[in-house]
Write a protein that binds this ligand. Structure first.
Ligand SMILES: Cc1ncc(COP(=O)(O)O)c(C=O)c1O
Length: 396
C-alpha cells in the first residue's frame, strides 16, 4: 500500500492522545529486540492464567455451537448471572433491563460516557486517574475537570467534589480501588458523594474494575448495593479482566438505570454488535462458579505488595503508601528528581535505559512526581527489579 499523507482526521480526535502505557511497551519491545533483558512492571495485566473452570466453560460453549451473534446487550443467562452475583455480594437489586454485558470494562465506560455527555459538559475526574477516562471525555466533546487528591493522600472526599461543581457538571468518574494509586474510597464516603450527586443533579460513573482486588481488612464494596434512590444516580461498570485473569477475553458489564443502559445497548449494537459469544459463557462460569482461584491470586498479590512497598520505602528519596486494592504501587519519587532527571518521565526513561526496568511515569496519570509499578509480576522479578533500581540509583 502506498503511504498516505495529509489524512484529515475528525475534529473529535484532536484532543485525544495515544496511551503512554503503550509507549512504555513499545520502548520495552525495542530494547528486548536489541537483546537487552528488561523486567516489565509497566503492564496492568495479571500474570496468572485464566482459571481452568472458566477455560473449560468456553470450550464447552464452542462444542455446543454457541458461536453466533447474540443479543446486543449480552445473553440473558450472563445478564442474570451478573445481577445474581451483585445481589449475593452487595444486596443489589437490578432488573434485566438494567444490565448490559460489554467488550471489557472499557467498552462499558466508553458507552456510559458517550450516552450522556454532550459537547461542553464537564466531567469530574479525580486525579491521579486511569489514562482512558479523560480521553473518552475528550472524544465525546466534554471537558475533563480534575480533582487533585494528592493533598489528601489520594483519598477522594465529597467535599473535594463539591468544590469543583459548576452548573455544567454532568458526570463524576469514581474508580475505587484506584488505578494507579490502589486507594479505596470508604463506603460511607461513596455514599456521601452519590448523595451529593442526587442533591446537585449530576451522575456518577463507578468503575468497579478492581472490585474484588482489595486486601484485608478492606472488603469489597460496590455502589451497586446502595439504596435504589442513590444507585439510580450511578452507572456501575465492571470487568472480568483482572479478577479472573481474563484480559484477552474482552468481557465486562454495566449496571444502571434502564434508559441509560438502553442507550448503551444502542451504541453497542452499532459498533461491536455484541460481546464475543464464547466469552459470555466463560463469564457466567467466572461469576457463578467456584472462586478459590480468585482468593489464591489475591493472596499472592498481597504477598508481593507487602514485599514491594517495604522495599521501595527503604530506598532514600522514595515514599510509598500501602495500596488497599488493585495491583500497583505508586511511590512518590520527588526525592530522586534533580538536574539530569527533572521529571518522573525522565526517571522512568532512565530506569528503562540504564536499569532495564519498565515502569510508568506518574505524569501519564496526571501525577507528576510519582511512578507506577505493577506487581502483577512474579516476586522473583520484583526482587530483581528493585535490586536493579537500587544499583542504578547508587551508581548515579
Ligand atoms: C481502572 C480501570 N478501569 C477499567 C479497565 C478496563 O479493563 P477491561 O477493558 O480489560 O475490562 C482497566 C484496565 O486496565 C482499568 O485499569
Amino acid at each position: 500500500m502506498t503511504a498516505s499523507r495529509n489524512i484529515e482526521l475528525a475534529d473529535r480526535l484532536s484532543k485525544m492522545t495515544s496511551s503512554s502505557t503503550l509507549r512504555v511497551l513499545q520502548m520495552t519491545e525495542r530494547l528486548r529486540a536489541e537483546g537487552i533483558d528488561v523486567i516489565s512492571l509497566g503492564a496492568g495485566e495479571p500474570d496468572f492464567p485464566t482459571p481452568e473452570n472458566i477455560r473449560e466453560a468456553a470450550i464447552t460453549a464452542i462444542g455446543a455451537g454457541f458461536t453466533k451473534y447474540t443479543a446486543a446487550g449480552g445473553i440473558a443467562d450472563l445478564r442474570r448471572a451478573i445481577i445474581e452475583r451483585m445481589r449475593r455480594d452487595f444486596d443489589a437489586d437490578f432488573g434485566m433491563e438494567e444490565v448490559i454485558a460489554t467488550v471489557g470494562g472499557k467498552q462499558a465506560i466508553f458507552e456510559a460516557i458517550a450516552a450522556i455527555v454532550n459537547p461542553g459538559d464537564e466531567v469530574l475526574i479525580p486525579s491521579p486517574y486511569w489514562v482512558t477516562f479523560p480521553e473518552v471525555v475528550h472524544f465525546c466533546g466534554g471537558t475533563p475537570v480534575f480533582i487533585d487528591t494528592e493533598p489528601e493522600d489520594f483519598q477522594l472526599t465529597a467535599e473535594a467534589v463539591r468544590e469543583r461543581l459548576t452548573p455544567r457538571t454532568r458526570l463524576l468518574v469514581l474508580n475505587s480501588p484506584n488505578n494507579p494509586t490502589g486507594r479505596v474510597v470508604p463506603p460511607e464516603e461513596v455514599r456521601r458523594i452519590v448523595e451529593l450527586a442526587a442533591e446537585r443533579d449530576f451522575r456518577v460513573l463507578i468503575d468497579d474494575c478492581y472490585l474484588y482486588f482489595v486486601y484485608p481488612p478492606v472488603e469489597p464494596f460496590s455502589a451497586a448495593g446502595l439504596p435504589p434512590e442513590l444507585a439510580s444516580r450511578c452507572m456501575v461498570t465492571g470487568s472480568f479482566s483482572k479478577t479472573y485473569a481474563m484480559t484477552g477475553w474482552r468481557i465486562g458489564y454495566a449496571l444502571g438505570p434502564a434508559e441509560w443502559i438502553k442507550a448503551m445497548v444502542t451504541i453497542q449494537s452499532h459498533s461491536t454488535s455484541n460481546p464475543t459469544s464464547i466469552s459470555q459463557y466463560a463469564a457466567i462460569e467466572a461469576f457463578a462458579g467456584r472462586q478459590d482461584s480468585v482468593r489464591e491470586m489475591l493472596d499472592e498479590y498481597r504477598r508481593r505488595r507487602d514485599w514491594l512497598v517495604a522495599a521501595l520505602n527503604e530506598i532514600p528519596g522514595v515514599k510509598c503508601l500501602l495500596p488497599e486494592g488493585a495491583f500497583y504501587a505508586f511511590p512518590n519519587i520527588r526525592g530522586l528528581l534533580s538536574g539530569d532527571l527533572p521529571t518522573s518521565r525522565a526517571l522512568a526513561d532512565a530506569l528503562l535505559e540504564h536499569a532495564g526496568v519498565a515502569v510508568t511515569s506518574g505524569s501519564a496519570f496526571g501525577a507528576e512526581g510519582y511512578i507506577r509499578l505493577s506487581y502483577a509480576t512474579g516476586l522473583d522479578d520484583l526482587q530483581r527489579a528493585v535490586e536493579r533500581i537500587r544499583a542504578y540509583l547508587d551508581r548515579r
